[in-house]
Design a binder for this molecule. Structure first.
Ligand code: UGA
Length: 435
């Protein structure tokens, strides 16, 4: 591949948009492709369809430079690299829906053949082992010789920073395109980043192994948290701190909480589990990660029912709707499933979140009360439940005195070390016996 100039990114979600903006900052001509014209209109106005720190201002400066958008790949004449970053959402049975992978691959194939071009094609979407061999290759035919699988490891909430500073780059596929892509990355990253070239199948599996292992760490520490809960002088953060000092374990992803959410861990663990079933083995281990996560959400409900004797007509305040801080994403957020359960028990639910209120409105309409101010959310409340580690919540204090029954269930232990005008229940801190 000659020094690339024009780059196409298909799919303007978290991964695609962040990548497109980053590559524009590196002075490539980037064309973002997405079938959703409304989304493109939003982007053309300089707004991102989701909240991601720093991304909107980066988009605005990218639009002044080399970034453009289209909903029609055939309107572009050629490109040196085509990145595929379309979604692979979950199906009901836990397997992944490949419809966007298939449709974009067909489009790329037709477009390349019509224009007699052979760009390097790069799959960044999360795809199960065997997808390149069995699904993508038969569509691309000879173009597959120039195709690589290049999984993405960025996190929501720090997507731009993770794209600027990746911890590793994995490139799977034939030697020729893999080498071209490796050289491309070596040029754009000034700092030295480990680049691993491997088979397409390994690259596909690395992504799932990575996410499932991280999910396993969370389910493990949540298991320990629930043990700590039963011993009055025990605190999961103290246990996590010390086991995290063992370099074989490491200190990251050992924060106990209400269970992992988001568009990745729940989907990826279940997809890998579903793959093992298709392979005829199944996996008790993957099943346990998933089940433990579900039980953790139940644990939060148990903590609430322990404190609020009669849920019917009680007022409960939910602090945090997003699945994690610095994001407005509520997909698979424990807060959402918890609110659904509380509503079935006729609880009056008030919710606060610095960013995710609009997304929650599309789920709950007028079934809950939305508060832009924490004090309003806590007013006359019988129990507050903190579910997302927003920085803003660290400074809470006197706001709790607005409650009718001042009880705080802090599933992230954000306020564990503060003196508060409230009965404090920290998930994983042994002061409340929950059976
Ligand atoms: C995750 C991975 O971390 C990324 O590397 C990967 O690229 C991404 O999935 C993906 O496959 O696209 P993400 O889901 O955006 O990223 O966010 P995380 O920071 O991993 O958090 C996931 C969930 O785990 C959140 O609900 C978070 O609150 C929870 N979590 C995380 C814990 O409960 N404890 C922890 O110690 C860490």
């Amino acid at each position: 591949m000659k020094q690339p100039n024009k780059i196409i990114v298909i799919g303007m979600g978290f991964v695609g948009l962040t990548l497109a903006i980053f590559l524009t900052s590196k002075k490539f001509n980037v064309i973002g492709v997405d079938t959703d014209q409304n989304k493109l209109n939003t982007l053309l106005q300089g707004s991102t369809p989701f909240y991601e720190p720093g991304l909107e201002s980066a988009l605005k400066s990218s639009l002044k430079k080399y970034l453009s958008f289209t909903n029609n790949l055939s309107s572009v004449d050629a490109a040196d690299i085509v990145f595929v970053t379309v979604g692979t959402p979950p199906m009901r049975d836990g397997s992944i829906d490949l419809r966007y992978i298939k449709s974009s691959t067909k489009q790329i194939s037709e477009w390349c053949n019509n224009n007699h071009i052979q760009p390097v094609i790069v799959y960044k979407s999360t795809i199960l082992p065997g997808t390149f061999e069995n699904v993508i290759k038969p569509i691309l035919k000879s173009l597959s010789e120039n195709t690589t699988v290049n999984p993405e490891f960025l996190r929501e909430g720090s997507a731009l920073q993770d794209t600027i500073h990746p911890h590793v780059i994995v490139i799977g596929g034939k030697e020729k395109p893999a080498l071209s892509l490796k050289r491309f990355y070596q040029k754009i990253y000034e700092q030295k980043i480990p680049i691993k070239t491997t088979s397409a199948t390994n690259a596909e599996l690395i992504k799932y192994a990575n996410n499932s292992f991280l999910a396993a760490k969370i389910s493990f520490i949540n298991t320990i948290a629930n043990i700590c809960q039963r011993f009055p002088d025990s605190n999961v953060d103290d246990v996590a701190e010390v086991i995290g000092l063992d370099p074989r374990i490491g200190n990251l992803f050992l924060k106990a909480g209400p269970g992992y959410g988001g568009s990745c861990f729940p989907k990826d663990v279940q997809a890998l589990l579903s793959l093992t079933k298709n392979l005829g083995t199944g996996s008790d281990f993957l099943n346990a990660i998933h089940k433990t996560n579900k039980q953790q959400a139940e644990m939060v409900l148990k903590l609430i029912t322990k404190q609020v004797k009669s849920l019917k007509n009680s007022n409960i305040s939910i602090l945090g709707l997003a699945f994690k801080e610095n994001s407005d994403d509520i997909r698979e957020s424990v807060s959402i499933s918890l609110i659904e359960k509380l509503l079935t028990k006729k609880v009056n639910v008030r919710v606060h979140d610095p960013r995710a209120i609009d997304n929650a409105k599309s789920v709950f309409n007028n079934k809950v009360m939305y508060c832009t101010d924490v004090s309003d959310c806590l007013r006359s409340s019988d129990c507050a439940v903190l579910l997302t580690s927003w920085k803003q919540y660290l400074s809470l204090g006197k706001e709790f005195s607005k409650m009718r029954n001042p009880i705080l269930i802090d599933t992230r232990r954000l306020l564990a070390n503060k003196k508060l005008p409230v009965k404090y229940v920290g998930l994983g801190i042994g002061n409340e016996i929950v059976s």
